[in-house]
Design a protein around this ligand. Structure first.
Ligand SMILES: *[C@@H]1O[C@H](CO)[C@@H](O)[C@H](O)[C@H]1NC(C)=O
Ligand SMILES: *[C@@H]1O[C@H](CO)[C@@H](O)[C@H](O)[C@H]1NC(C)=O
Ligand SMILES: *[C@@H]1O[C@H](CO)[C@@H](O)[C@H](O)[C@H]1NC(C)=O
Ligand SMILES: *[C@@H]1O[C@H](CO)[C@@H](O)[C@H](O)[C@H]1NC(C)=O
Ligand SMILES: *[C@@H]1O[C@H](CO)[C@@H](O)[C@H](O)[C@H]1NC(C)=O
Ligand SMILES: *[C@@H]1O[C@H](CO)[C@@H](O)[C@H](O)[C@H]1NC(C)=O
Ligand SMILES: *[C@@H]1O[C@H](CO)[C@@H](O)[C@H](O)[C@H]1NC(C)=O
Ligand SMILES: *[C@@H]1O[C@H](CO)[C@@H](O)[C@H](O)[C@H]1NC(C)=O
Ligand SMILES: *[C@@H]1O[C@H](CO)[C@@H](O)[C@H](O)[C@H]1NC(C)=O
Ligand SMILES: *[C@@H]1O[C@H](CO)[C@@H](O)[C@H](O)[C@H]1NC(C)=O
Ligand SMILES: *[C@@H]1O[C@H](CO)[C@@H](O)[C@H](O)[C@H]1NC(C)=O
Ligand SMILES: *[C@@H]1O[C@H](CO)[C@@H](O)[C@H](O)[C@H]1NC(C)=O
Length: 439
């Protein structure tokens, strides 16, 4: 850190990319290396005095911005986006160990810019500073938030959306890893399905979901931040931690070339992603998921693609048993940053070829140290399907019951032995008495 001569303010060389919506900037340090990246959309709504009356100006952060005044330090950085005639939006970042955050957002606006504030009676530059929601971002990750973050103050409302920001970029390379805001996590929900996965219609290729997906309040209103405007700020509302409903149950099937069903899978899936200190859960929306893949003799693949994620499940046929052998999971974010986790050495969902694997109970599987799968009403058969439907199930729950079977057998045996012994003694007694009679 000392090498970077902590806190030498480095003049930012603003490189401005033109985008249809929002502004994208790369701030570089004095060596020309990327040190701060931002791509975001902001809508402003500012009330001001025009002549005798109050007026409201509404405008967007244009894509044409400059980054003069931005600075990159070792533990503290500033992103300053200047636009039009003397307006700016600044974010102050600080780093603490393995986390960084934006401490505050300052918006300055030039009331004498008549193109933005027509009829403005003032020639002042006003500014408003608010706390930011960009907190607890893992170092070397990008903060990503597609959801709207609405900041309300007395005179100014700002709506941030499609935000992708990385401060403290190391080695000049933007990170592929992301820290998502909580508002982005729970897009999909479904009612709890109690029905066990019985027989799905095996005819269709691809997917059809069964459970209706009700509309839920997935997007929570952003909490109002504390402001330092003239009158008391609205009380900050606590960020609600979203609780996920069970995912809807997807029924996926694949056909072989001659259009016989060769792979069937039924399950609801929730994904847990752990990145640094942040843990995020999301449901696979079966209704929005397309299934594809291939069936083989020794290996079958099922690929599930939704708008936000791609999951490749590889099953292998290994000496009369099949199992889930590999998972390749990729989550796309709207901002274009991918999360990827792969494990090619799994032994899950194991059952005999010619039967299916079933687990109705919710199960929690660790795929990698960053990825877990929670399954609901699981049933899969990747090989040896006959009659276009699941064959007999090997139920994970019978494992729990299976110790009862030997006990039952043992009890039955003991009863049998007792009966045999009793029969022997009774028979002997009768024999003895008849013996006396006969001899
Ligand atoms: C910002 O404003 C534009 C039009 O002025 C609108 O189309 C867009 O949806 C707004 N975005 C947000 C996040 O409110
Ligand atoms: C800011 O938003 C609040 C709530 O939506 C609204 O009442 C107020 O008029 C808005 N202020 C401005 C300046 O747009
Ligand atoms: C504010 O806007 C006016 C008129 O557009 C311009 O002359 C002035 O330079 C601006 N102020 C700043 C600080 O840029
Ligand atoms: C700003 O406006 C005030 C009157 O409202 C005027 O006295 C002052 O000279 C103006 N300043 C500039 C720099 O235009
Ligand atoms: C980022 O992801 C890569 C794998 O894609 C991983 O090796 C690395 O440890 C991750 N970094 C952080 C900070 O999570
Ligand atoms: C799937 O989603 C579409 C639109 O998103 C909706 O019209 C349809 O009813 C849904 N189907 C089920 C089974 O949830
Ligand atoms: C608000 O601004 C005043 C000065 O205008 C300052 O003393 C005070 O610390 C600020 N409060 C907050 C919460 O930023
Ligand atoms: C379809 O192909 C499978 C092997 O791939 C074969 O066992 C089956 O008999 C074929 N069915 C028909 C109707 O051709
Ligand atoms: C599983 O693999 C064995 C050879 O290891 C093969 O004989 C058998 O046909 C395969 N089963 C299926 C359903 O493809
Ligand atoms: C995982 O899947 C992606 C495409 O979805 C592919 O580019 C990547 O190579 C795969 N990784 C492995 C280890 O198979
Ligand atoms: C696969 O996992 C087994 C234990 O589950 C382990 O013994 C083996 O070394 C692993 N193989 C690879 C290539 O990681
Ligand atoms: C799944 O397992 C992980 C690690 O064992 C645990 O942290 C997590 O709470 C579990 N989740 C559920 C829903 O059981």
């Amino acid at each position: 850190m000392a090498r970077f001569a902590a806190f030498v303010s480095l003049l930012a060389a603003g490189i401005v990319l033109q985008l249809s919506n929002g502004a994208e900037v790369n701030v570089t340090d004095k060596e020309g290396k990327l040190c701060l990246y931002a791509n975001l959309m902001v809508n402003f709504s500012v009330s001001y005095i025009a002549g005798e009356k109050k007026d409201t100006a509404e405008f967007e952060l244009p894509s044409a911005v400059t980054t003069d005044g931005s600075e990159c330090g070792a533990t503290s950085s500033t992103l300053k986006l200047n636009f039009r005639d003397g307006h700016s939006l600044s974010l102050n970042f600080t780093m603490d160990g393995n986390m960084y955050q934006a401490d505050s957002i300052t918006f300055s606006y030039n009331l004498s810019d008549a193109t933005v504030f027509p009829g403005s009676g003032s020639n002042e530059t006003e500014s408003v500073t608010v706390k930011s929601q960009i907190t607890k971002v893992g170092v070397d990750t990008c903060y990503s938030c597609d959801s709207k973050d609405m900041i309300i103050t007395d005179m100014v409302n700002m709506t941030l959306s499609s935000v992708l920001i990385q401060a403290f970029v190391s080695e000049g390379n933007k990170s592929e890893n992301i820290t998502s805001c909580s508002a982005d996590s729970p897009p999909t929900t479904a009612p709890p399905t109690t029905a066990p996965p019985t027989t799905p219609p095996p005819t269709t290729q691809g997917t059809n979901a069964t459970t209706p997906a009700p509309v839920t309040n997935a997007t929570t209103p952003a909490p109002a931040p504390v402001t330092n405007a003239t009158t008391p700020a609205p009380p900050p509302t606590p960020t609600p931690t979203p609780t996920l409903l069970p995912p809807n149950i997807g029924k996926y099937s694949l056909n072989s070339d001659n259009s016989t069903v060769c792979l069937l899978a039924t399950f609801g899936l929730r994904i847990g992603i752990k990145q640094g200190e942040t843990f995020q859960e999301m449901n696979l929306d079966a209704n929005e998921t397309k299934a594809s893949g291939s069936c083989g003799i020794n290996s079958s693949e099922l690929q599930l693609v939704s708008s936000t994620m791609t999951i490749m499940l590889t099953f292998i046929n290994d000496t009369a048993k099949f199992r889930l052998h590999a998972v390749n999971f990729t989550a796309k974010t709207g901002s274009g940053v991918d999360f990827n986790a792969v494990n090619t050495n799994l032994t899950l969902w194991e059952a005999a070829i010619g039967s299916s694997y079933m687990c109705n109970k919710e199960q929690n599987y660790t795929i990698t140290n960053m990825l877990s799968f929670y399954t609901f009403n699981l049933r899969v058969q990747p090989f040896g399907i006959t009659n276009g439907d699941f064959n007999t199930a090997e139920d994970c729950e019978t494992d729990v019951d299976s110790f009862l079977v030997p006990i039952a057998v043992g009890v039955a045996l003991i009863v049998l032995i007792v009966i045999v012994v009793l029969a022997y003694f009774i028979g002997r007694k009768r024999n003895m008495s008849t013996g006396y009679e006969s001899f």
